[in-house]
Design a protein around this ligand. Structure first.
Ligand code: ZN
Length: 314
């Protein structure tokens, strides 16, 4: 059964993929190039500019960028973060996104790179880059474009049908397993976004101000379509925890370092300030996909079993 899948794959591909170092290096380069593209998406999509045309240009003087000044990660370091044409300060975000993308791709290629779990590799290479660009756009503009949340959810539904292993079914699925996986994906999408919607609605009542954006609710639909309702639930609470852990030190630090005038004008990160929730949901989703998945799904499975045993005992 497995042999058939192996035979259909070219020999050289198998040889390259047998070596984790080579595999990781390919992942790293592919991730760096993807990161560079994600930077273009994050800069252009919120402004309604095409991501394909024109080719890379300096955002300051509009000059074309030579290929040697456009190499992911390397060029930013080599140019010390300044453009060749007009000494424009290239945002640090370009370097961070390219590096993180390269590192995560390398990680996926090393851990899911064998021919047996290429499904996870494919899904990761779609799921994680979308989250990365959503995190950047939400941080910079406080919005999450529908093409990533709604569009991403649709991709999640299709992938679930094509690769039911994403929802815990076998790698050689029967048709009924494909349908079940699609159903798990639809339920994941609906349940995850509904729960977040209601948490937001109740929080809004209690705090008397907008607590969550529509974008976050749709983003959770995308996460649920890929990760099922268990993953969606983990991401909601994980996102809140990540947010708390990351924000509290920032708040304390900014309180300690800001001058009195700044505090009076509210120019500091503090309680009640508008902070996008999307990036924290995004980080929690990445954590789930990177390894929390097994732990979370097992926990839900045993808790459910306990729950049923408890009630059937009454
Ligand atoms: Zn320039």
């Amino acid at each position: 059964m497995k042999l058939q899948t192996i035979i259909s794959v070219p020999e050289f591909y198998l040889e390259i993929f047998a070596d984790p170092v080579l595999r990781g290096s390919i992942g790293f380069i592919l991730g760096a190039v993807t990161g560079s593209f994600l930077n273009v998406c994050a800069s252009r999509i919120p402004n309604g500019v095409s991501i394909i045309h024109p080719a890379s240009r300096c955002p300051n003087c509009n000059d074309g960028i030579a290929w040697k000044n456009n190499i992911p990660i390397v060029s930013w370091l080599f140019l010390k973060g300044q453009s060749k044409c007009c000494d424009y300060k290239i945002p640090f975000r370009y370097f961070v996104l390219e590096s993180l993308s390269a590192i995560s791709f390398a990680f996926f290629f090393v851990s899911f790179g064998t021919i047996y779990d290429y499904h996870y590799l494919l899904a990761s290479l779609i799921f994680i880059p979308i989250l990365m660009v959503v995190i950047v756009i939400d941080l910079e503009t406080m919005t999450i474009p529908d093409r990533f949340s709604i569009g991403g959810a649709m991709v999640g539904l299709i992938l679930s049908f094509l690769m039911p292993v994403l929802h815990g079914f076998s790698t050689e699925p029967l048709f009924i397993e494909r349908v079940s996986a699609l159903l798990a994906s639809i339920l994941g999408m609906l349940i995850s976004s509904s729960i977040l919607y209601w948490i937001g609605a109740i929080a809004e009542r209690l705090m008397r101000r907008e607590a969550l954006g529509q974008g976050d609710v749709k983003l959770l639909g995308f996460v649920g379509a890929f990760c099922g309702w268990q993953g969606g639930l983990f991401v909601i609470f994980g996102g809140a925890i990540v947010g708390t852990v990351l924000l509290i030190p920032v708040m304390i630090f900014s309180k300690l370092t800001s001058r009195k005038e700044d505090l009076d004008q509210g120019n500091t990160v503090g309680w009640g300030m508008e902070v996008p929730f999307g990036p924290f949901l995004g980080i929690a989703s990445i954590l789930y996909f990177l390894g929390f998945r097994e732990f979370v799904d097992d926990w839900f499975e045993t808790s459910f079993a306990d729950f049923i045993i408890f009630f059937s005992g009454i």
